[in-house]
Design a protein around this ligand. Structure first.
Ligand code: GLY
Ligand code: MN
Length: 473
């Protein structure tokens, strides 16, 4: 429900308790309810926790923002609930920049605003949010969007101040000012906070390792569920649901909609309908990532033979994708351009599909930046993107900092080449048609080279077959 549309239940009044209501499903509150609802509640002890682990990291990030915009008033809104239908909203998710700069993530309050007020020495930073109302207010029992009777306990100003180690004020005290720079409205501010996330700190890296580890368990669950998926008319949904359960039980959820793409569906790059069957003999491509409570997400793809073993042609395609992924990994070094990782993968793809006779030109010609690209028919997407709070992290960074940027220690990004031969692609032999393969790993760049955070999830065709045999026992 949007906040503008919050009064889904009849507003009570102490004057006329049985007045007509404008809603078609709520009764007005009778006098007896109004006389008693605010009393008889035990005192709630003020919860003043120690700062959460990310608080000091968020403070360091805020200091960087402050230093970059001396004298400017900066406003970072968390964003509001988004209406799904009538009085039902989508699950709330704070803006990624807000979560990054406050450490307030899955538990952030809708409509909060982080404000940097300029001072002589830098900025005073204050977090404005809607503190819980006490039990004498109508909000407590009558507001279905924020009332504690409806949605459960909400935080106090003092509790959040201690938890995030930041000054807090009630949202009612926030006043906009002419000339202030507002995230998403001011390009320089939006770009800066996006680029600030290009290099991850120690807390972020630990959270991403955790997200990857839970995701690995989700893939084990999927393998265990394959017989049930085969038996179900919408087996892809079985796979999606199994992963969702793991994500919700051990994390906040998924960082993006799970792709459970069996058979020819694997050739649709973002197949999220997931309403198909899972057929023995086919491959199933699963692209899924657990999002931790901190909102950091994994982004992993594995392509599994539904019956447990690859056919010869499936294995040939699979191992070519793996070769491309390994070439990309080998190219990832501190000091090289991000795009060189992609280019290394694409050289392998071009060479192999040329060898298989699929191209009307040579691999060399296909790799020409202007006249080439014929091999891209079989892999139209990029090989890598930055990963973090957003699955496609740092999306507002300048090209020279992103695609043309230089790899640095602390960057986390995917390597995810693929080969996709659509079921009706007349340019490929029949035996290739309907095969789609992607292998996606999450990579941490260090001074000593790239570290594959998802290396424990089997990758080679042999390892994948052994994995399925082991998990299915
Ligand atoms: N995992 C989906 C993507 O990277 O686009
Ligand atoms: Mn990805």
């Amino acid at each position: 429900m949007s906040t503008a549309d919050r009064d889904t239940i009849a507003e009570p009044t102490t004057e006329t308790p049985v007045e007509a209501t404008t809603t078609n499903r709520k009764q007005p509150f009778p006098r007896g309810f109004l006389d008693t609802i605010s009393t008889g509640w035990a005192e709630r002890p003020e919860s003043v926790p120690a700062p959460r682990p990310q608080a000091s990291f968020a403070a360091t990030r805020r200091a960087a923002v402050s230093a970059a915009f001396p004298g400017a008033r900066l406003v970072i809104p968390a964003g509001s609930l988004k209406q799904r239908s009538n009085d039902t909203d989508y699950p709330y998710r704070a803006h990624s920049a807000f979560a990054h700069l406050t450490g307030w993530a899955a538990d952030a309050e809708p409509d909060s605003v982080l404000v940097f007020e300029p001072t002589d020495g830098g900025h005073d930073v204050t977090l404005y949010f809607r503190e819980r109302a006490d039990r004498t207010t109508t909000e407590f029992y009558a507001d279905a969007t924020v009332g504690e009777f409806w949605i459960g306990p909400r935080p106090s100003l003092a509790g959040v101040a201690a938890d995030l180690d930041i000054a807090t004020e009630h949202l009612d005290r926030y006043v906009g000012v002419d000339g202030e720079l507002v995230l998403e409205e001011d390009d320089d501010l939006t770009r800066f906070v996006s680029e600030l996330r290009l290099v991850k700190d120690e807390f972020e890296i630990a959270e991403m390792r955790r997200a990857v580890d839970i995701t690995a368990q989700g893939f084990d669950d999927i393998i265990r569920s394959l017989p049930a998926a085969i038996a179900h008319a919408r087996g892809e949904r079985v796979v999606e649901g199994v992963f969702h359960r793991r994500a919700r039980e051990d994390g906040n959820g998924e960082g993006y909609d799970t792709i459970a793409a069996s058979g020819p569906h694997a050739c649709y790059l973002h197949w999220t309908r997931n309403d198909g069957t899972v057929v023995p003999g086919d491959l199933i491509l699963v692209d899924a990532g657990v999002e931790a409570d901190s909102l950091y997400t994994a982004d992993i793809t594995r392509t599994l033979p539904v019956s447990g073993t690859f056919t010869d042609v499936q294995r040939r395609v699979y191992e070519t994708v793996r070769e491309a992924a390994d070439a990309a990994f080998a190219a990832a070094r501190v000091g090289v351009r991000f795009r060189e990782v992609h280019e290394a993968a694409m050289r392998v793809i071009a060479e192999r599909v040329a060898e298989w006779g699929l191209l009307p030109v040579t691999a060399q010609e296909a790799l020409d930046g202007d006249a080439g690209g014929q091999h891209r028919r079989y892999m139209v997407h990029g090989t890598s993107h930055h990963l973090g709070i957003d699955v496609h992290d740092c999306a507002q960074a300048r090209r020279e900092m992103y695609y043309d940027g230089i790899l640095a220690p602390g960057m986390v990004f995917t390597i995810e080449p693929g080969l996709y031969f659509q079921i009706d692609d007349l340019t490929v032999p029949v035996e290739y048609r309907g095969i789609g393969v992607r292998i996606e790993d999450d990579i941490l760049m260090t001074e000593d080279g790239p570290v594959n955070l998802s290396a424990d999830i089997p990758r080679t065709a042999d390892e994948v077959e052994a994995w399925i045999a082991r998990v299915q026992g």
